[in-house]
Design a protein around this ligand. Structure first.
Ligand SMILES: [Ca+2]
Ligand SMILES: [Ca+2]
Ligand SMILES: [Ca+2]
Length: 130
C-alpha cells in the first residue's frame, strides 16, 4: 500500500500555476536578497536568475510571473492543493502540499521538461514514490 505521507511534500507542477498562492514553494535563497524577485541576479548561485517561486524553463526566465500559454496548470494546482474543509470550492488531493511552479509550456515556446524535473529533485520536490 502506498504511503500518503509524501503527498504533503513539495510537488512540482511541470506547467505553470497561479502567480500568487500560499501553497507556492519558495526559494528563500533567492528571495532573502531579492524580495521583489526582479534584480536579474542569480542571488543563490544555483544557475537560475530570479528563480524565487520556480522557473520558466521554456523561455529561460524567472521572476514572479511564471505564467505560460494556458490555464491547465492552475486547474491541476487546485486539484492537488486546494484547501479542504473551508466551505469554498473543492478539496485538493494533497491539501497540505506546496507547489513548485516549473513552466514548460511558455507563451512563445515549449521546452525544458528534463531540466525542470532535475530542478524539482534538486530542490526537494517529490518526483516519485513507491
Ligand atoms: Ca537562483
Ligand atoms: Ca534575483
Ligand atoms: Ca476548498
Amino acid at each position: 500500500m502506498r504511503s500518503t505521507a509524501t503527498l504533503w511534500r513539495t510537488i512540482p507542477l511541470i506547467e505553470r500555476l497561479l502567480a500568487h498562492s500560499r501553497r507556492r514553494w519558495r526559494n528563500l535563497g533567492e528571495l532573502q536578497s531579492d524580495p521583489d524577485c526582479n534584480n536579474g541576479i542569480d542571488d543563490d548561485g544555483n544557475g537560475f536568475i530570479d528563480d524565487c517561486w520556480g522557473y520558466n524553463f521554456a523561455e529561460n526566465s524567472g521572476g514572479s510571473n511564471l505564467m505560460g500559454s494556458d490555464w491547465h496548470g492552475t486547474h491541476v494546482a487546485g486539484i492537488v492543493a486546494a484547501d479542504t474543509d473551508n466551505g469554498r470550492g473543492v478539496s485538493g488531493t494533497a491539501w497540505k502540499a506546496s507547489l513548485m511552479t516549473l513552466t514548460c509550456f511558455g507563451t512563445s515556446r515549449s521546452g525544458g521538461f528534463e531540466q525542470s524535473i532535475v530542478y524539482a529533485a534538486d530542490n526537494g520536490a517529490a518526483i516519485s514514490q513507491k
